[in-house]
Design a protein around this ligand. Structure first.
Ligand SMILES: Nc1ncnc2c1ncn2[C@@H]1O[C@H](COP(=O)(O)OP(=O)(O)O)[C@@H](O)[C@H]1O
Ligand SMILES: [Mg+2]
Length: 260
């Protein structure tokens, strides 16, 4: 996608961030999983995070809402250091959608309602039905045990569950990997609508080049825990042979080549 990067203040900033596994002090100094990572996500921007398996993409997302803590450098969200945020407020502000889409025990409705209830808000059946329809899921699913959903259905419910709480920053980890192209596009439209109308800012981990082109303003390519590219989608040379990731072929329109 070729849209100008919105010129607004930072939603997320990484300044020379280092993260080691095992954590510093556990066993020696650990191996740097992220090594001097710096970037800014502007408000109302979608930044695609790409790179091979093990590059550190999921780790990067988890540092934003403090599921993990950096060993060096600084992570700021909304202009504030993550360690200065109360964690529950941080996690509402920066909502994460896990790739595995873990469901809470209970029905689909229970899953959609739970985060809202934590935030002191109610959810009506009619509202919940509209959420499902927005991603082309049958509202009859509301009463179904969430554990019985397919992985593609779970991914959509997990995304809705997070979007319903109206985060300012959305952290998306391969959320369409189990979806066919049509369903992936419906999910993309829903997120992009929030970007355009509410200034939602998105870090979107994807293996799917065509998807990154459709949704992102810029690309951040991580490899071996370092930033290999940060810039406009159009200036990025996609690897000719992406090394991993489900969905990248399934979601590429017929006739579109693998690299540049
Ligand atoms: N819980 C963990 N314990 C030890 N190493 C881990 C753990 N989680 C991830 N790693 C390692 O950290 C690196 C980055 O992982 P990750 O952020 O999940 O990469 P990506 O999402 O790009 O595939 C990999 O080398 C991975 O093996
Ligand atoms: Mg990952």
């Amino acid at each position: 996608m070729n849209r100008p990067v919105p010129a607004t203040h930072a939603a997320v900033e990484f300044v020379d961030v280092v993260f080691r596994r095992p954590a510093a002090g556990e066993r020696g100094n650990g191996v740097a999983v992220l090594d001097g990572v710096s970037f800014t996500l502007n408000r109302g921007e979608v930044l695609a995070i790409v790179g091979p398996s093990g590059a550190g993409k999921t780790t990067l997302l988890h540092l934003v809402n403090r599921l993990l803590e950096a060993d060096g450098g600084e992570v700021r969200v909304g202009g504030r250091r993550v360690r200065d945020w109360p964690p529950p407020a941080l996690r509402r502000h920066a909502g994460l959608v896990f790739q595995s889409a873990p469901m809470l025990p209970g029905t689909v409705f229970d899953n959609l309602e739970a985060p809202l209830r934590l935030a002191g808000r109610a959810l009506s059946r009619a509202e919940a039905a509209r959420w499902l329809e927005a991603v082309e899921l049958d509202p009859a699913l509301l009463e179904q045990d969430a554990a019985t959903l397919s992985s593609g259905q779970k991914q959509r419910v997990a995304l809705l569950r997070t979007l319903a709480t109206e985060p300012a920053v959305l952290l998306v980890d391969e959320v369409t990997s189990a979806l066919d192209m049509a369903s992936a596009r419906v999910v993309e439209s829903l997120v992009l609508d929030r970007v355009r109308t509410r200034g939602l800012s998105v870090l979107w981990v994807t293996h799917d080049e065509a998807q990154a082109r459709r949704v992102a303003h810029r690309v951040l390519h991580l490899e071996g825990g370092r930033v290999r590219y940060l810039g406009p989608v159009d200036g990025y040379r996609w690897p000719a042979h992406p090394t991993d990731g489900p969905g990248k072929v399934a979601c590429r329109p017929a006739g579109e080549g693998g690299g540049s």
